[in-house]
Ligand binder design. Structure first.
Ligand code: DQA
Length: 526
């Protein structure tokens, strides 16, 4: 584990990074609070909840913490008054006390929102940031900036409220989509360009595409990027001077996000483009040696980014609304070289205009993914008692455990080039929640709802609302068993039913789904 501190006027924030999963966060909380056990409001989003919330809650309970949870939908739109209200309602109606704590378990949206709620509830209660994204670990969760968006601008309403600790359990990054890993690395690259020296040399060697870095390298870069941020924020918490350096790449980056509509490009992707603009302007204004600038430009251009269509006018309009404007002049962060950033208001308007035109041209085409289109995604959902497979009525269901079946499913998925997620639950509501989540994530479903097959109108309705192709699977042949098993409430919503074939049925279902998705072209170009 790596541990260091950020000291500001508000005290000391502990920053810890460990090659551990979500349970570690609970253990760290126990250490942090010693004998005391404050109540904990865990705020997270649906993506993180699906993969890691259960493990965290179980571990918190094991450590004797009493918890409440608030699970929000993913996305920037959640940094809203409505969601802030919901967080505050949860705290107030749950009678959270002055010495209770908010645990923000998620990416930048979650830490910004939950940190802000903590900063205003009872005039400020403690909060802990447990970031789950590269961007969060290296940047968003550090430094105490919290807030929500307003129609008139991003992060317009907020506060400085330092978390008591930033706990980064880096194993949770394994479930982060590649695009987010790649985009999040923009803040690492920014940190390396600000820090220079060995950090920059190592990054330069590793290449700009973070999805090609090993987990160990990624962890070490997050650590070094976080240290750069801590050093700068430690010297200038309220951005009266040096902290503005952290905006390297963010001037054109934010403009690109605003001009294309927030969410069209990921924040990190916009920052990559913004870093290219900063290097371009540094060269044009003579700050950066042209040879060095071209080398940096070529290096940055190797990171895969989606194409975005915008116009120089739209970018110029967005730049005019920039928060960094002082007395009508935009302050730019430029480079004399890696490790030599500086702040200047002296960039001529024509240079900015030229840069906007250049940026529009390169952003038009982007750099399409080397790996081709993303994999198709299949969600396999198992209902009640299937966790007991292997022990449960083996004469009917066979001797393979749920883990064995999951293994077979993964193998079949690999053969068809699918990304697969396999989940089992004994609870009807959870099965519905998983289907609702799958509706946005998956391209196809393989469902064995167990006994819910015969009873659950709620599961049937949730399936109908997914509009996804689904294959129904049963290990046994329900139609040859008790009469109450002869009815399936989901069959007519499924493309096919595979039953009575034991575990082999899953490979068959996967093949059928693959045929169907190939025929229709679903999922390849989204
Ligand atoms: C099952 C059949 C259901 O009738 C039963 O309730 C199950 C398993 C199967 O896979 O054969 O739990 O879905």
């Amino acid at each position: 584990m790596d541990s260091f501190e950020l000291t500001t006027s508000s005290g000391v924030t502990l920053i810890r990074l460990a090659d551990e999963g979500a349970e570690w966060i609970a253990r760290e909380l126990a250490v942090l609070f010693g004998a005391r056990r404050p109540r904990v409001l865990v705020v997270t989003d649906e993506h993180v909840a699906l993969h890691h919330l259960e493990a965290l809650l179980v571990a918190l309970r094991t450590e004797d913490f009493v918890c409440a949870r608030l699970v929000i939908a993913p996305g920037e739109a959640q940094k809203s008054f409505a969601r802030l209200r919901e967080a505050l309602d949860t705290l107030a109606t749950g009678s959270f006390a002055r010495d209770d704590v908010v645990l923000a378990f998620g990416g930048g949206v979650v830490t910004d929102l939950a940190g802000f709620a903590a900063s205003v509830y009872r005039r400020g209660i403690e909060w802990i940031a447990a970031p789950t994204t590269v961007l969060g670990m290296v940047d968003a969760a550090i430094g105490g900036k919290t807030g929500i968006n307003h129609e008139a601008g991003k992060n317009l309403i907020g506060s400085f409220h330092q978390p008591r600790a930033v706990l980064c359990a880096t194993r949770v990054l394994a479930t982060l989509p590649e695009r987010e890993v790649r985009a999040g690395a923009a803040e690492i690259v920014k940190g390396a360009l600000l820090g220079g020296g060995e950090f920059w040399r190592d990054i330069e060697q590793a290449g700009a595409d973070a999805t090609t870095w090993s987990a160990e390298i990624l962890r070490s870069f997050i650590l070094r990027g976080a240290r750069v941020k801590v050093e700068i924020v430690g010297r200038d918490e309220r951005e009266s001077g040096e902290r503005a350096l952290l905006n390297l790449g963010h001037t054109f980056g934010h403009a690109l996000e605003q001009a294309t509509g927030y969410g069209t490009v990921a924040h990190g992707e916009a920052v990559f483009y913004g870093l290219r603009a900063a290097v371009w302007l540094s060269r044009l204004t003579g700050a950066l040696d042209p040879m060095r600038a071209d080398e940096l430009q070529a290096w940055l251009a190797r990171c895969e980014l989606p194409g975005v269509a915008t116009t120089p006018d739209a970018l110029s309009d967005a730049l005019r609304a920039d928060k960094k404007t002082v007395e009508g002049k935009l302050r730019w962060i430029l480079l004399r070289g890696p490790g030599e950033p500086f702040i200047t208001a002296g960039v001529p308007g024509e240079a900015v205009r030229d840069c906007a035109e250049w940026l529009c041209a390169i952003a038009q085409t982007g750099r399409s993914a080397r790996h081709g289109p993303r994999k198709r995604r299949v969600l396999v959902l198992h209902g009640p008692n299937l966790n007991l497979l292997g022990e449960r009525e083996p004469e009917i269901y066979g001797r393979m455990s749920h883990d064995d079946i999951a293994h077979e499913c993964r193998e079949a998925a690999r053969q068809h080039g699918f990304e697969v997620l396999i989940r089992q639950t004994n609870h009807e509501g959870d099965y519905v929640d998983l289907l609702q989540w799958g509706r946005r994530w998956a391209d196809g479903l393989i469902l064995n709802p167990g006994a819910f097959t015969h009873t659950s109108v709620a599961v049937r309705d949730a399936l109908a609302a997914t509009y996804l192709p689904a294959i129904e699977v049963h290990l046994s042949e329900p139609r040859q068993r008790e009469e109450f098993r002869h009815v399936s409430l989901i069959s007519e919503l499924c493309r096919a039913t595979v039953s009575g074939r034991g575990v082999a049925g899953y490979a068959d279902a996967m093949a059928r789904l693959s045929n169907f998705l190939s025929e229709t072209g679903v999922g390849v170009a989204r």
